[in-house]
Design a protein around this ligand. Structure first.
Ligand code: GLC
Length: 554
């Protein structure tokens, strides 16, 4: 098995690249301001590409950077094929793409296809008169009582999925904010228009697209308007078009649903290449708090097999609230009680906090969580700033508290911008524990023991084998429930992962008889552990400690 990442040329988009990827999610606006106006931009991002490369990740996922009124941080798109003037120009984007590729980094952009901004010219035309040729590009009705089976997603701000348009005197349909009218995917012209958007970016050299909010593309009376067969038809159509011209392209589905409902988004390998595993994420947090492996094991055992060419994307945190839609009511209460006692930490059905503060800045827990992220099945996605343990600001409104400027160095703007701090698009985190003086890339880079340095090591070890990205998983069931142990296998490579989910030292006896004679080699230090024999294999682990062992057969 070739050593992923080492023998490869710097940039060679090959089929299945996403299976071995490590994704770094970032917002251009929040990353680095290269022009001094207080807003991050492509120039700044290009300047920081060496940092991203050095971290060891292999793909960058960019949040929406298109012209937009920014009422939903860019998920309200007003023009699909250009760049928000605050972030730069198409030329800047091209340079960024080239520079990223030169460093072996793939680029994933956002395709927000379910809806547009109400400022998009398509909607402006559609609402201008009932006879306008674009009228049918959106979903209209004279009353607001159709599709009652559809839930409201942004429960904190929206009362209905219909909003009255005073101009054309009718209601339009929207699953998210009322300023984000849903496109009508029953109209073939809409499908073609979105397919053209895909072509535009893929032709430029983008490697993959995250398909935002895919479960909601089509509406049907008497249903929840989620995951409908017609929605899958749309996705299959877009995939066919992609494959015709861009066979190395990739679709990553954002479908916040149960595993059995997400499974169809992979189709028979003819829909999306990847999909986020939403239900796994809160269960990792639960397992650590409960000090019990059950939530993780249960959800992964309920996760169906997916086609060979497909892959889960897994994550701990992202730009949204930590969503608690895919848990039971009791589990949700538990998560709120344990991780969001203060109501300001909650939004919609979730928790608006970053990783480090959620884990009380406990380095051991942060390491363990990242260890799980890097060793469970799927492609991991790291949210910018979490690699240095950035904090949040729960008082900023909406989900802005986890979208503050990246902290590059100490100082008022955290090295994010040369502008005055009050000019920044968002205040930097300023509390004493997480402010730039306390948490920043510059100081983390100087210490071989910082979280950043540790993350680099973790990523390097992860990349030393393809087993984590492509291998199977089997759970062991030791009597000690505080220990989560599993075996990952690919071809003749076997890796044993053992995690202590608890805050105290644990001993565990593992039944490793199937691997009798093998020698466990601890992967971060390369040290040999006692050979596996007939007897249960005894390991002791400190609080929140974990091991990855390559099982060497001699
Ligand atoms: C997706 C995005 C979220 C956005 C929503 C509506 O869920 O992740 O940030 O608000 O779509 O566009």
């Amino acid at each position: 098995m070739p050593d992923a990442g080492k023998s490869e040329k710097p940039y060679a988009p090959r089929p299945l690249w996403y299976k071995d990827a490590i994704i770094y999610e970032l917002h251009v606006r929040a990353f680095c301001d290269g022009t001094g106006d207080g807003i991050g931009d492509f120039r700044g991002l290009i300047h920081k590409l060496d940092y991203i490369q050095d971290l060891g990740v292999t793909a960058i996922w960019l949040l929406p950077f298109y012209p937009s009124p920014l009422k939903d941080d860019g998920y309200d798109i007003a023009d699909y094929t250009s760049i928000h003037p605050s972030y730069g120009t198409l030329e800047d984007f091209r340079t960024f793409l080239e520079e990223a590729h030169r460093r072996g980094l793939h680029v994933i952009t956002e395709l927000v296809l379910n809806h547009t901004s109400d400022q998009h010219p398509w909607f402006q035309e559609a609402r201008s008169s009932r006879n306008n040729p674009r009228r049918d590009w959106y979903v209209w009705n004279d009353t607001d009582d159709r599709y009652r089976g559809a839930r409201i997603i942004f429960v904190d701000t929206e009362k209905s999925n219909w909003t009255w348009d005073p101009l054309s005197k009718s209601y339009y349909w929207h699953r998210f904010f009322s300023h984000q009218p849903d496109l009508n995917f029953d109209n073939p012209q809409v499908r073609e228009a979105i397919s053209d958007v895909i072509k535009f970016w893929m032709e430029m050299g983008v490697d993959g697209m995250r398909l935002d909010a895919v479960p909601y593309l089509v509406e049907r009376e008497g249903t929840s308007c989620e995951n409908l067969p017609e929605t899958h038809e749309v996705l299959k159509f877009l995939r066919r078009k992609l494959d015709e011209q861009f066979p190395a392209g990739m679709f990553l589905a954002e479908a916040n649903q149960w595993p059995a409902d997400v499974r169809p988004y992979f189709g028979d390998g003819d829909e999306c290449h990847m999909a986020f595993h939403f239900p796994l994420m809160p269960r990792i947090f639960m397992a650590i708090r409960l000090e019990d492996r059950k939530p993780i094991v249960e959800i992964l055992q309920q996760t169906p097999e997916i086609p060979e060419t497909c892959q889960w994307a897994i994550f701990l945190r992202n730009h949204d609230e930590l969503t608690l839609e895919m848990v039971s009511d009791e589990e949700r209460d538990y998560m709120y009680d344990e991780y969001a006692k203060d109501r300001a930490m909650r939004i919609n059905v979730g928790i608006r906090r970053r990783l480090a503060p959620m884990l009380e800045n406990d380095r051991r827990k942060i390491e363990l969580m990242n260890g799980l992220l890097m060793s469970l099945p799927g492609t991991p996605a790291i949210y910018y700033g979490d690699e240095i343990g950035m904090g949040d600001n729960i008082y900023l409104g909406d989900r802005n508290g986890v979208r503050t400027p990246m902290q590059w160095s100490g100082g008022w703007t955290g090295g994010f911008s040369l502008a005055d701090p009050e000019r920044l698009y968002s205040p930097v985190v300023s509390n004493v524990q997480y402010c730039p003086q306390a948490v920043n890339v510059q100081s983390a880079s100087r210490s071989p023991h910082s979280l950043l340095s540790w993350m680099k090591l973790l990523i390097r070890v992860r990349k030393s084998t393809r087993v984590f990205g492509r291998g199977s998983i089997e759970f062991l069931s030791p009597a000690n429930h505080r220990v989560l142990a599993f075996v990952r296998r690919l071809g003749n490579e076997t890796i044993l992962v053992v995690n202590n989910l608890s805050s105290s030292a644990q001993a565990v006896e593992l039944d490793l008889r199937n691997f009798k004679g093998a020698i466990p080699v601890e992967m971060s230090g390369g040290n040999i552990f006692p050979r596996i024999g007939e007897l249960p294999y005894l390991l002791t682990l400190g609080a929140y400690q974990f091991f990855w062992f390559k099982l060497r057969r001699i």
